[in-house]
Design a protein around this ligand. Structure first.
Ligand code: GDP
Ligand code: IMO
Ligand code: MG
Length: 441
């Protein structure tokens, strides 16, 4: 049974939650492998809308096992809130949710450091979600992080906490002139969390290995997107984890030899939240139009998302660094009223035209997109389920995107609902999961 990685091919918010939700009935397990509650994955089921932050989107399907892997950083307070809200809405967690012992904890001083550091950066600030994700990964790399397993060992937890609070308080007070923390306060709060979370904390790498041995199929749900990857993204305007496909192995303990394919999720245009280069960014009325039609406001912070045209350079880069086999294209319907639709096919930089993504901060910041203009289809596609029924010009647009990325499309999303989906007849997706054919028209 195939184990497939789903990654964001742009700057996050591509619609990974929806795509994972559509595929979940055909797998046994969904795993998050990086990021934390900076993620906001939206799944719309009928009149119900769920926004998942730390829990895999698969949780909405009864019987799907969901794993929070070792590569994720977990804010236990936020996780418990998310768990409670799901339980209240009738979702079963017991027996379906497993949290890695090795996942690092986001501690109360992490969001404090996140905010203080952003304030200090001034106009060079990243525009983080303020959830403390970056500082938690800093501690992980500095080898002073506190992990899920530590929550279950009070003496060890206290020892690590004392060391951290002393260190962070100095940082907060002396560098940032910010509020400090007390050990006892955090200890009491986190021991309460430990009581809640203990039944879910386990060796998830071992579990996954056994499940795969027994023939289970695993879907790896990426958070954020390729361009926010700590190594391959638009550094330093990135998140602090490996969002690309390689992260699926290190962030779960499932070896790369047991992964069978990678599916990238991309919007039919582009968005970005926070600072950093975004060559195809739209300005003025068109940006407002797309933001309005696409409801482009952050699922985690509510911030308006920056909107732009589809960037073929970024898309091909995502294919290369993730080894994408196929792309699921979302939000085609948002472009329905555009008279012309632009696609970036190169970057003009100081007299040259670049056709490969420049891994250089200064080049990217100055890159001016070279556009190809296609005429818009000016007809509704919202809710469409069959490719053949799409307007001819929409099909031409899709064909051009496919040509530019060099990999086939497997799915076209035409609305937030599960059923608002066009399944491409013969694609890597239908070959991995032949049963998806029967679940969609
Ligand atoms: P994720 O972080 O990649 O899971 O994406 P988000 O949930 O942050 O943002 C995607 C938004 O687009 C959500 O509000 C989805 O409900 C919505 N969405 C997903 N696919 C489509 C689509 O094809 N058309 C429209 N109009 N909305 C979509
Ligand atoms: P999903 O999984 C879009 C962005 C932030 C900021 C940068 C660093 O829903 O696609 P961080 O808080 O991670 O240190 O912020 O990354 N960012 C996202 N943008 N979607 C996300 O997640 C994001 N998670 C972080 O806006 O620019
Ligand atoms: Mg999101």
């Amino acid at each position: 049974m195939p184990n497939i990685v789903v990654v964001g091919a742009q700057w996050g918010d591509e619609g990974k939650g929806k795509v994972v939700d559509v595929i979940t009935p055909h797998v046994n397990v969904v795993v998050r492998y990086q990021g934390g509650n900076n993620a906001g994955h939206t799944v719309v089921v009928g009149r119900e809308k769920y926004v998942l932050h730390s829990i895999p989107s698969g949780i909405l399907h009864p019987g799907c096992r969901c794993v929070v892997g070792c590569g994720v950083v977990v804010d236990p307070g936020s996780l418990i809130e998310e768990m409670e809200s799901l339980v209240q809405r009738g979702v079963t967690l017991d027996g379906n949710l497993f949290i890695s012992k090795n996942a690092h904890l986001i501690m109360p001083y992490h969001p404090a450091l996140d905010r203080a550091s952003e304030a200090k950066l001034g106009k060079r600030r990243i525009g983080t979600t303020g959830k403390g994700v970056g500082p938690a990964y800093v501690d992980k790399a500095a080898r002073v992080g506190i992990r899920m397993a530590d929550l279950l060992n009070e003496a060890l937890f206290r020892e690590k906490l004392e060391l951290n609070v002393a260190q962070k308080n100095r940082l907060l007070r002396e560098i940032y002139d910010a509020q400090t923390f007390t050990v006892e306060e955090i200890l009491n709060q986190y021991l309460r969390y430990a009581g809640w979370l203990a039944p879910y904390i386990t060796d998830t790498a071992l579990l996954l290995s056994k499940w795969i041995d027994s023939g289970y199929s695993v879907l790896f749900e990426g958070a954020q997107g390729t361009m926010l990857d700590i190594d391959h993204g638009t550094y330093p305007y990135i998140t602090s984890s490996s969002t690309t496909a390689g992260g699926a192995a290190t962030g779960t303990g499932v070896p790369p030899t047991r992964l069978h394919g990678v599916l990238g999720v991309s919007k039919a245009y582009a968005t970005r939240v926070g600072g950093g280069p975004f060559p195809t960014e739209m300005q003025g009325a068109i940006a407002e139009h797309i933001r309005g039609r696409g409801n482009e406001y952050g699922a985690t912070t509510g911030r308006p998302r920056r909107c732009g045209w589809f960037d073929g350079i970024v898309a091909r880069y995502a294919v290369r660094v993730n080894g994408l086999d196929t792309v699921a294209l979302t939000k085609l319907d948002v472009l329905d009223q555009c008279e012309t639709v632009k696609v970036c096919v190169g970057y003009r930089y100081r007299g040259d035209v670049l056709t490969e993504f420049p891994e250089d901060e200064t080049v990217m910041a100055e890159a001016v997109p070279v556009y190809e203009e296609l005429s818009g289809w000016l007809a509704p596609t919202g809710g469409f389920q069959l490719e053949a029924e799409l307007p001819a010009k929409a099909r031409q647009y899709l064909a051009r995107l496919e040509e530019l990325t060099g990999v086939p499309l497997c799915l076209i999303s035409t609305g937030p609902q599960r059923a608002e989906t066009i399944l491409v007849e013969d694609s890597p997706l239908t070959r991995w999961f032949p049963s998806v054919r029967s679940s969609l028209p």
